[in-house]
Design a protein around this ligand. Structure first.
Ligand SMILES: N[C@@H](CCC(=O)N[C@@H](CS)C(=O)NCC(=O)O)C(=O)O
Length: 243
């Protein structure tokens, strides 16, 4: 059985687990603490990061780009009839998506509105570019789910939770992206790719009272009002703006 080494709110992990779900591949999952990485994990993860995929033959693969390419080569492809040119285009637009993960994480962790605006603006060029490239179909390349859709799932999933909880919509300038987000949501992959308590863990970290978005959710503006809770995702990720 395939096995994913995971951290609950990591978008790089979600890209991998979304692909496993989309392909109908069963897998085990093991969550680790990133603040206190176990030695067995460091022994198999050369970059010390999640995700790691342990293949059915027992080899450990790291780097999400490499993992998703492996999964699409070793198992029936997600999208059929993709020639070399289209595959290159898919990789490029997937890369555009995964490059947004850390930018989105730091945007969501912004302590005030000015920082939030400055950081979210950094995503706007990429959002405009992906909006211009999207097909008129349900998904990126048409009506068939592609590797590009999977790469953008973590971005759209997080944007949807933030919109529902705070009313702040990262995609508000792009109705075509809102529509795409709704189509991806309707696949059920947002939830299927994540642990049952994903939204709670995500909220503890990104919607804490110390973040601008957390204040929007609570209707408060005072970032000094509260001390972050101990033993939440916050404390597990003390060194990072992202998971
Ligand atoms: N380039 C890596 C990035 C993965 C990554 O940043 N993972 C984070 C969690 S979201 C991590 O493991 N952080 C712990 C660390 O860097 O020590 C990939 O694509 O797999």
């Amino acid at each position: 059985m395939l096995k994913v080494i995971s951290f609950k709110i990591c978008p790089f992990v979600e890209r991998v687990t979304a692909l496993l779900e989309a392909k109908g591949l069963a897998s085990d999952i093991e969550f680790i603490s990133l603040a206190n990485k176990p030695q067995w994990f460091l022994d198999i993860s050369p970059n010390g990061q999640v995700p790691v995929l342990v293949t059915e033959s027992g080899r450990a693969l790291f780097e999400s780009d490499a993992i998703v390419e492996y999964l699409d080569e070793a198992y029936p492809p997600l999208e059929t009839g993709v020639d070399a040119e289209q595959r290159a285009i898919n990789r490029a637009y997937s890369h555009l998506g995964s490059k947004q993960y850390l930018v989105q994480c730091s945007t969501m962790r912004s302590a005030d509105e000015a920082t939030y605006m400055e950081r979210s603006n950094k995503m706007h060029k990429a959002l405009g570019n992906i909006a211009a490239a999207k097909s008129a179909g349900r998904f990126f390349n048409g009506d068939q789910l592609s590797m590009v859709d999977v790469a953008w799932i973590p971005v759209f999933h997080r944007a949807l939770i933030i919109k529902r909880q705070t009313g702040v919509d990262l995609l508000e300038q792009w109705p075509i992206l809102q529509q795409w987000q709704a189509e991806l949501d309707a696949t059920g992959l947002f939830e299927a790719a994540c642990a049952e308590d994903f939204e709670a863990a995500f909220g503890n970290f990104y919607l804490a009272p110390t973040t601008y978005l957390g204040q929007q959710m609570r209707g408060t503006q005072d970032s000094d009002c509260c001390t972050p809770k101990a033993n939440t995702a916050d404390s597990a990720c003390a060194n990072s703006t992202c998971c």
